[in-house]
Design a protein around this ligand. Structure first.
Ligand code: BES
Ligand code: MN
Ligand code: ZN
Length: 487
């Protein structure tokens, strides 16, 4: 969805397929800007509110067909709740969904006076989210109307720069959702790399280098190679770098790391077949990092970064890594593979080592790492772990600003017995069924060389109801924007 800005004097004259009017709580008063429109509609809007059909409940939507003489095809009354940022996002999602159902290609929305920029952006992002469909593998329907492609914002409180930022954000989130939704036979590690390369080709200042098997062997990336060795698909380590024009080198370097298992069968420690198809989403962290990195560069934020996305497929075969095997990670630490299904922490181990070696000063990784975090906190919050209080606070705040909610989870050396091995430096899994998400984080920390680092376990939030969410893209861009402003 591309958002455009207009300031027409009269809502009754807006030519569009679907015109949204937002109803603020508690008593859902019709905004003044919609009064003339309602008059032209014979009072239908006021009646819908008076009868209680249309309410201010956040995200509720009531479609009212427009009569002849009104250039909009239909009006949708959307509840705005208390008018918080999240309510604007929910209102947008409803608008996007209604536009899909009404087969509207163009929509417009009246922005209430006094709406702040963050809320206006949330409205655009929500609309794009609600209108999103994943259809590349469906037969083309010749009757199908084009999806919502243009959203006109009507109001005075938002600048065209903010609108452009919201549009770029919505496009990046949709792109991450496409990656998560893509079946693993259509999105291999090489395909992930191709996507990163394309972004780098499009955006000034952004470069991409892809390390193949040979390069990974030369670098002794033993953990990533071990995870990939059971699959016919070769692994990749995708490296994106951004050096904005005029930014001073050598101060802060943001390190973004994202897990990208394009399919996780569990390997020899194979998963149960029920819902195994969802494991095409095990690259959700990597998708957020690639598209988040692209968004930072697209917005031209004045903050250099390095983004590292290790990508592989976890498969059982005659060449697969086996329980009990001892492997050597890139930093020289040995790992006993107790469970081949705890593969994410292995590929991240080498990616974190690489980030540190490349000079990252502040690291954040995103990964669909554990089922345990889903059991603990479900799909509302992602689990946030950190080694540095200030950095963790910054990551958490960026999530709160953008709606990518993160809950701060504990780390403590008291959990370390769970990552100890009798035969190697570390064990990738414990047979105790406790603190599964915590000790995964504890394991990752071993590869961060004491740098300020955060880990976000997005196993519960990257895919909801079988569909990718793009969780993390906006958090990454917001985090970078905050760091750029402070430099
Ligand atoms: N990719 C999974 C985690 C996952 C589970 C993501 C559910 C999304 C939804 C990860 O690789 C995994 O299998 N983790 C194991 C770790 C265990 C073997 C220590 C798990 O959570 O069961
Ligand atoms: Mn696994
Ligand atoms: Zn996995």
């Amino acid at each position: 969805v591309k958002a455009v800005l207009k300031r027409p004097s009269n809502a009754a004259t807006i030519r569009t397929d679907l015109l949204a009017v937002l109803l603020a709580g508690p008593d859902a008063t019709l905004p003044a800007a919609a009064q003339a429109l309602d008059t032209k509609m014979g009072g239908a809007l006021a009646r819908a509110i008076a009868s209680g059909i249309a309410t201010a409940k956040a995200g509720s939507g009531t479609l009212v067909p427009a009569p002849k003489g009104v250039p909009a095809q239909a009006v949708v009354l959307i509840g705005l709740g208390d008018g918080e940022r999240d309510d604007f996002e929910a209102a947008g999602r409803t608008l996007g969904k209604q536009a899909g159902e009404a087969r509207a290609a163009r929509a417009a929305v009246l922005i209430p006076d006094g709406t702040d920029a963050a809320s206006s952006r949330a409205l655009v992002e929500g609309t794009s989210y609600g209108a999103y469909r994943y259809l590349p593998h469906k037969a083309k329907d010749p009757q199908a109307a084009p999806a919502l492609s243009e959203l006109t914002l009507v109001g005075s409180g938002i600048s065209s720069a903010e609108v452009a930022r919201a549009t770029a954000t919505a496009i990046a989130v949709s792109a991450a959702r496409d990656l998560v939704n893509a079946p693993s036979n259509h999105l291999t590690p090489s395909d992930m790399a191709a996507r990163a390369r394309r972004l780098a080709a499009e955006i000034p200042g952004l470069t991409c280098t892809v390390l193949d098997e040979k390069a990974l062997r030369r670098m002794k990336a033993g953990a990533l190679l071990a995870v990939a060795q059971g699959s016919a698909e070769p692994p990749r380590m995708i490296v994106m770098r951004y050096q904005p024009q005029g930014a001073v080198k050598g101060k802060k370097l943001l390190g973004l790391v994202g897990k990208a298992m394009t399919f996780d069968s569990g390997g020899i420690s194979i998963k149960p077949s029920s819902h195994m198809e969802d494991m095409k989403m095990d690259m959700g962290g990597g998708a957020a990092v690639i598209e988040g990195a692209g968004l930072i560069a697209r917005l031209g934020l004045a903050l250099p970064f390095i983004a590292i996305v290790p990508s592989a497929e976890n498969m059982p075969s005659g060449t697969a890594v086996k329980p009990g095997d001892v492997i050597t990670a890139m930093n020289g630490k040995t790992i006993e593979v107790i469970n081949t299904d705890a593969e994410g922490r292995l590929i991240l181990a080498d990616a974190l080592t690489y980030a540190v070696r490349e000079g990252a000063t502040h690291i954040v990784d995103m990964a669909t790492l554990t089922g345990a975090i889903v059991v603990a906190i479900g799909d509302v919050y992602a689990g946030l772990y950190g080694s540095d209080a200030d950095w963790t606070d910054a990551v958490k705040a960026a999530g709160e600003t953008t709606g990518d909610l993160c809950w701060h989870m504990p780390m403590h050396k008291g959990y370390d017995p769970l990552i100890r091995s009798k035969v190697a430096d570390l064990s990738n899994s414990s047979n105790k069924r406790e603190a599964g998400s915590v000790y995964a984080a504890q394991f990752l920390r071993e590869f961060t060389d004491g740098k300020p680092w955060c880990h976000i376990d997005v196993a519960g939030t990257a895919m909801i109801g079988g569909a990718g969410t793009g969780f993390g893209v906006r958090l990454i861009a917001e985090l970078a924007a905050g760091m750029a402003a402070k430099r």
